[in-house]
Design a protein around this ligand. Structure first.
Ligand SMILES: Cc1cc2nc3c(=O)[nH]c(=O)nc-3n(C[C@H](O)[C@H](O)[C@H](O)COP(=O)(O)O)c2cc1C
Ligand code: SF4
Length: 420
């Protein structure tokens, strides 16, 4: 298990001009055929890097089974406020990402590949890349779709809806995009990093891919280490690497932190005491956490955990797409309870309300943003109950120091600097 830049961060894959050896993975797929590649993909065990860790080959086969025409969407919306890895890959490894998507198009029989992004400079770079490499992918049209950024815009159904000419809002599944996606046609939506890995599987095969990571979580993932750190870092980490090693690598002193927001805002606030785990879902899921999209926001002891919880709930209540009553009301109710506690005006009832909503809101929305919000409340009750209770009728100086942050408290500041 390692922390080394040997795959996606390998400079050999860098640059915005066509690689000298062309798209050798795509050539391999063309010459050995779709069955060979889909077999390699299944054997590689590649899972989605957008947060859900869904097995890539299952989704690809589901789209391939549907009648055409079919689409491929490269999801680079990256609405997670503390993440920049997808934009980094699109800026610095665009050919690897495109090669993976073209391998997908070749093997599932898709005619259109969409880059779906919310970052205008990245979109401009991709437009140029597409124009420059025109003709390199006969039979496949490549397009760039620029969406106004929002947390829910990254959901795969929002992507499908926006590209089809609608609003970037989630719809209730089923139907899944694999059955009914862009323009009502079968659509494969994967994360940017998933496609970059798919290109590596095409180039080097499943066995090579499995040389890193664990049996259930093969390969590496890009980790955005941010939050209360001296310097945010983008690392390439093998699944299964101990979390303490990753934090040490990013110069984080465990003694000075309350914990880490694992997998961005989605998976919840993991307390420091639980951090002696390997970075893989096999280890984290039983504890109620996940690697998610690989974002780790470090929470220093200079913050109060209750203000962290309130900030996260403020973010989710702001980002609720306003489509599902249960989400609008549920996120606002949780926020109200957390704010009352944060301000020292809360009661036992507020704590009970958070516990109740953390339980009952799961899987109730059209998209899983509501699950993420409920998870924040549930994990807060599970791991920070003494801190919540200590705020009953008491004004907390650390909470008072910071205004409530509707960006969730850990949004990256100068993203251009991180993307340079
Ligand atoms: C509210 C919400 C936001 C999401 N944002 C993103 C995103 O920014 N990027 C992404 O790749 N997936 C995002 N997802 C997950 C996508 O719906 C989808 O599962 C993913 O793009 C599939 O790719 P993967 O299997 O390669 O991870 C989001 C999901 C939800 C519910
Ligand atoms: S669950 Fe919330 S964020 Fe998701 S679609 Fe419904 S209102 Fe929008």
């Amino acid at each position: 298990m390692s922390i080394e830049s040997k795959r996606l961060l390998d400079p050999a894959f860098g640059g915005t001009s066509m690689p000298a050896d062309g798209y050798s993975g795509l050539e391999q797929v063309r010459s050995l055929g779709a069955d060979w590649y889909l077999g390699q993909l299944a054997a590689s065990g590649l899972r989605g890097r957008g947060g859900g860790a869904f097995p890539a080959s299952m989704k690809w086969n589901a789209v391939a089974r549907q009648p055409g025409p079919r689409h491929v969407v490269i999801n680079g919306e990256e609405g997670e406020p503390a993440s920049w890895k997808d934009r980094w890959l699109l800026r610095h490894r665009p050919h690897l990402v495109l090669e993976g998507a073209l391998c997908a198009a070749q093997s599932i029989g898709a005619e259109t590949v969409w880059f779906y992004v919310s970052d205008a400079p990245t979109a401009a770079l991709l437009e140029k890349l597409v124009a420059d490499s025109a003709g390199g992918s006969p039979g496949v049209v490549i397009r760039v779709s620029l969406v106004p950024g929002a947390y829910v815009a990254g959901d795969e159904s929002s992507a499908v809806s926006f590209i089809s000419g609608g609003k970037a809002l989630p719809f209730m599944k089923p139907p899944r995009p694999s059955d009914k996606g862009v323009n009502g046609q079968p659509t494969l939506v994967n994360n940017v990093e998933t496609f970059a890995n798919a290109a590596l599987v095409a180039r080097y095969g499943a066995e090579w891919f499995r040389e890193e990571g664990t049996q259930a979580s093969p390969g590496t993932f890009l980790a955005c280490i941010g939050g209360d750190v001296a310097e945010p870092r983008l690392l390439e980490v093998s699944y299964g690497t101990p979390l303490p090693d990753i934090l040490r690598h990013a110069c984080v002193d465990r003694g000075s932190i309350h914990g880490v927001l694992m997998g961005g805002y989605f998976s919840g606030f993991m307390p420091e005491a639980l951090l002696d785990q390997p970075a893989c879902d096999e280890a984290l899921k039983p504890l109620g956490f996940a690697v998610g999209n690989g974002t780790f926001s470090v929470v220093a002891k200079t913050r109060c955990p209750v203000s962290v919880i309130a900030d996260l709930l403020a973010f989710f209540s702001r980002e609720s797409a306003g489509q599902c009553g249960v989400c609008v009301n549920g996120t606002q109710d949780m926020l109200k309870a957390a704010v009352a506690l944060r301000e020292g005006k809360g009661s036992q009832q507020n704590i009970e309300r958070l516990a109740h909503l953390g339980r009952v809101l799961m899987r109730r929305g059209a998209c899983s943003m509501l699950d993420a919000a409920a998870m924040v409340a549930a994990r807060a009750i599970e791991h920070f109950l003494p801190e919540l209770e200590a705020h009953l009728g008491v004004s907390c100086p650390k909470c008072a120091e910071r205004p409530l942050d509707f960006a969730g408290g850990f949004a990256i500041g100068d993203v251009e600097q991180l993307l340079a």
